[in-house]
Design a protein around this ligand. Sequence first.
Ligand code: GLN
Length: 486
Amino acid sequence: MYVDKSIDEIRTSLDNQEVTGKQLFKEAIDKAKEMQPIYNSFVTILDEYQQTKGKTVLNEIPYALKDNFSTKNILTTGSSNILKNYVPVYDATAYRKLKEAGAVLVGKTVLDELAMGGTGTTAHTGIVRNPWDKTRLIGGSSAGSAAAVALGIVPFALGSDTGDSIRKPASFGGVVGFKPTYGRISRYGLFAFASSLDHVGTFTRNVKDTAYVVDVLKGQDEKDMTTLPDDSISYVDMLENEIKGKKLFYIKEACDIENYSDSSDEELLETLKNFHDKLDQLRKIGFEIEGVSIDKNLLNAIYPAYMTISCAEATSNNANLTGIQFGPRGEGKSINDIMFDARTKGFSELIKRRFILGSYILQKENQEKLFLNAGRIRRMIVDKINELFQTYDGMIMPTSGGIAPKFGDKTDQLSDRYLILENHMAIGNFGGFPSITIPSGFVNHMPIGINLTGRVKEDGEVLNMAYKMEEILGMKNIVAKGEKHV
Ligand code: GLN
């Protein structure tokens, strides 16, 4: 088996002619099919190998794409009934670049419908299970991409991240998830969810592989006006840079164990203990890490501000899903009836709830109080983080307050744990900051992760720090065994 190895190892085996691209493709699709009945990570598994001639390190390397990236002539559903038979007529730029680099697409992965949600349970093709424990979810929205990489079906996959949709499932799956600076990777051809927050990013099993993939994907794209000019840096070349003296902060309100002294949540306490133990180890290799205080009102406002902005933008972006241009046509006598029928049947409850919220937020009389105020909160949070980034090179946090939940577990959405620890990663989207999660240990036999967020445009620096951290955290290249379907 090669596809469960790192890109470096697979590259060497290809170059030494121990294995061919075609064999790798077959390995990946066979494993994908074997795992599919239990884990359900794919909407589509491809069956035809296309010979490639890319000149990059990714040539002949198999990978998976979240099913919200447009792929010409390949079904692209956004995991929604409203697009269940949609076949795009053009390629997303990220997909085109990977094709040109020689990487080989093996399948399109399941997401929470239209990338909204964090559970991996709302796709029109059913729930995605966690490779480390099938009674648990893997998180979302990029659930299938996270599971495919965690199971060792492919060495990398692409996802999209609007609030934490790469970084959260990556940590629940024990893999590396990276969302670069806003505009670093083109979003042309990615289904828009909330345009001011959407990012394209990667899943891999180690940080160097992330750098390989991002080096291929980054760069300006005339088809996406939000892309940044190319920084012409190789992130792979930066990985070995010295990190001694790099200063990091964590948010005391969310991470100090004393704040939870009356909590009986063992999982939360174990997760925080792991976090602080790991910080001590990172200090030994030269990181300077300290806790800082941030106004709790501001922290508690992250999630509501995120929901307000993202629901509003999503409602507007998805207004084209009427069943007229794309997807199954609705029934009815007038055009309004047809659209009404298509949207009623096409969207699940969660999506409808978000569109109702979004429409309400965007109503003229509510815009100032809701939409614009959420924008102001977003600005205050980003200003605060940028002020801290004048002193610190990055923010380090637990990716979550615990391990992947079991299906049906209830969360108290007003608790401190939920409001801050489960939602702080949206800060990375508010400010467009590069942000990565790397696995940091196990709690109750389930992986947990650490999240590192850096200054805008300093993607190379973030990957460099993460690369050095990964050595210490001791969870590089882990693969979940998974269960075969018998
Ligand atoms: N879980 C968040 C949400 O439900 C994030 C989704 C995302 O990043 N795409 O909106």
